[in-house]
Design a binder for this molecule. Sequence first.
Ligand code: PLP
Length: 425
Amino acid sequence: MTDLRTLDRTELENLYSRLEKQYLAFKSKNLALNMSRGKPSPDQLELSSGLFDSLDARTNKTADNIDVRNYGGVDGIREAKELFAEIFAVRPSEVIVGGNSSLTMMYDTISRALLKGVRDSELPWGKLPQIKFLCPSPGYDRHFAICEALGIEMIPIDMLDDGPDMDKIEELVRKDDTIKGIWCVPKYSNPGGIIYSDEVVDRLAMMETKAADFKIFWDDAYTVHHLTDNPPHLKNILQACSKAGHADRVFIFASTSKVTFPGSGVAAMAASEANIKFILDQLSVQMIGPDKINQLRHVRFLKNLDHINEHMKKHAKLIKPKFDLVLHELEAQLGDQRIASWSNPKGGYFISLNTLDGCAAEVVKRAAAVGVKLTKAGATFPYGKDPKDRNIRIAPTFPSLAELKMAIDVLCLCVQMVSVEKLLT
Ligand code: PLP
């Protein structure tokens, strides 16, 4: 294949009719394939079936002799706090272990900030006429959905190779006290697979913010989800914030959703001890205690960070061939055409594909019309609006290799068809 931009009109028209024939052939196959959500595959779930056996009626006490079957322990059981402290590289006293979803913890944290304020707020955020969040984009659609649902204005920030555009962020937060927060997925970002550099972490920690109660929502969802043997390093944000004199600036989140069972995992957050105390006072009104049975079960199964890393290698063994397949096909089918570019992630759950400007929505629509479902175009941007209409999130983990091959063939075909149409206009 050659650079499509060098083809003349007749060559493009000839190519288009060949592509159209292939498209019609896919249509007759009645496909029903889904590359839209980052879900583990059934064989990944099998890796954690030991969870069902890791607790029984005789072993239901924690190290502190607490009966996990009963109420209590709003901050989570001691051994679960120790486990997440190891994951986050913080102290157990800086951790709250919660329920089954980190997204719920994030939503609740923002809801409480709106109703009650955060520790350093003069007023609850909801009492202010307007508040805003910075949204590095492309980013995680559900973060943006929380802002939209709760009436928080979103400001898109470009994602660069080593994290969000810090020059822009510093310029905005310095002068606007209605900017109260920023969403960050600092390791293997969803969808770009970006890892924040030490410099970005330090600048976020140190920057001057007009709002005294500005918060970083540090969603470290993919912190142990490596696809390589030599995982990259991410600088510790809580330490960086403390060193910069802004210890209360950051809330860190993660869960075992894609370590064990999504929806039945354990979520946790970390923050300064002062923040943790403030949050626990509020949480103890919200609940009497989390699901300690699930917490203990997870600690018994996952044991410690070394053991989690071994467990995650088994996940990587199953999903790396899927990432490799997608990357190989993108290169083989689109490599020389200069109509698309894509990420080559070292971890996480996604590959981010950029088409020519103005093509992504049509590509997604066209793939859906032959039975290949992709994440809605635009979903990776605030308000579902990709200003360049070019980003498509590929989630390769759930389908089998055979399904994935078919789905990626359709995707590459649709990218070519829509690009040729664009070049012909
Ligand atoms: N954060 C990010 C960046 C994600 O990609 C996901 C799921 O895809 C979640 C959070 C959801 O986490 P949980 O299952 O703990 O709610």
